[in-house]
Design a protein around this ligand. Structure first.
Ligand SMILES: [Zn+2]
Length: 204
């Protein structure tokens, strides 16, 4: 059925030209005022995350705040490990905020951000994804960033049998950092051990 189509046209025609002009003008103002990216959860999330990162409503300094946070974490990794962090320090990976349900590029394919995913590191683009809500005031959120920075340093400085093999150390360092903040990581180490295993051929 096509209910409502003709009555709407009839209603518009019955409105005077001036009133119609005013209504269209208001509509245009509304359309121009609404951000172009409204409804895009990733962009909204990035703006939110930037504001949270600076701890205020002001924008513009959020990136610097995040850069500072990254520098502090790289220094921590430098002191906690024997890795040469100079490459990551001078050329840090890109950081992109994303939202649960969004799409991210990961190992040259697109994957959906599952509800339990808090962060990811895409080696092909040297890009860290942080899933909103994320704030530098939340140590668990910062620990996620630390974990992904560890991955960048791991892959910049040595080769791995498979990318999963780097997970065990990243989680270990993430736990150590959290413990230093007085927070229990509560990781499932059996699950992480399974996650960190490289896939191998199965022979029956
Ligand atoms: Zn990881």
């Amino acid at each position: 059925m096509s209910l409502g189509r003709q009555p709407i046209c009839a209603t518009l025609r019955s409105v005077s030209g001036i009133l119609l002009g005013i209504l269209l003008g208001i509509l245009m103002v509304i359309l121009l005022t609404v951000p172009v990216l409204a409804g895009n959860p990733v962009s909204d999330c990035q703006e939110q995350a930037t504001q949270l990162a600076v701890g205020s409503r002001s924008t513009g300094t959020g990136v610097n705040n995040l850069d500072r946070q990254v520098a502090v974490l790289i220094r921590w990794i430098d002191e906690a490990t024997s890795y040469d962090v100079s490459s990551t320090r001078t050329d840090p990976p890109e950081i992109v905020f994303t939202a649960s349900g969004g799409l991210i590029e990961y190992e040259q394919r697109q994957i959906v951000v599952e509800p339990n995913l808090r962060g990811a590191y895409d080696l092909s683009h040297r890009r860290i994804y942080l899933v909103c809500p994320w704030t530098s005031g939340n140590p668990r959120n910062v620990a996620t960033l630390l974990h992904e920075l560890v991955h960048d340093i791991q892959f910049q400085t040595r080769s791995w049998q498979c990318s999963q093999a780097a997970e065990w150390e990243a989680y270990q360092l993430q736990e150590r950092w959290l413990v230093q903040q007085g927070i229990a990581a509560d990781f499932n180490w059996v699950q992480i051990l399974m996650l960190a295993r490289c896939p191998r051929d199965l022979h029956w």
